[in-house]
Design a protein around this ligand. Structure first.
Ligand SMILES: [Zn+2]
Ligand SMILES: [Zn+2]
Length: 98
């Protein structure tokens, strides 16, 4: 299954818009993440404080506003861990919008 193909060409743009709208805050735990131009923290911190965009219905081709949820990487991983189907690290990285 090639999940990558289901993402729109301007996914980065779409994801960025969601993150800015959320003020770089995770919608699940309220963690304030780093904006793209925040270069202060070291690499390990950055991974933890990276805001990602999750598809509420797990369908990357559905990019309606209501389907896009800003989540920190921990919450995002948690959402996918509860799923039966496994996703490859590459897929998750893409889905994380990193
Ligand atoms: Zn979170
Ligand atoms: Zn997701």
């Amino acid at each position: 299954m090639k999940n990558k193909d289901r993402y729109p060409d301007n996914w980065d743009e779409i994801a960025l818009r969601v993150k800015i709208k959320a003020n770089w805050t995770c919608s699940k735990c309220g963690l304030k993440c780093l904006s793209t131009d925040d270069k202060r923290t070291d690499k390990s911190q950055r991974t933890k404080l990276t805001l990602t965009v999750h598809h509420s219905d797990y369908d990357p081709s559905n990019n309606h506003q209501s389907n896009l949820i800003p989540l920190c990487s921990a919450c995002h991983l948690y959402m996918h861990r509860g799923r039966r189907q496994n996703i490859s690290p590459g897929q998750l990285k893409l889905d994380l919008g990193v």
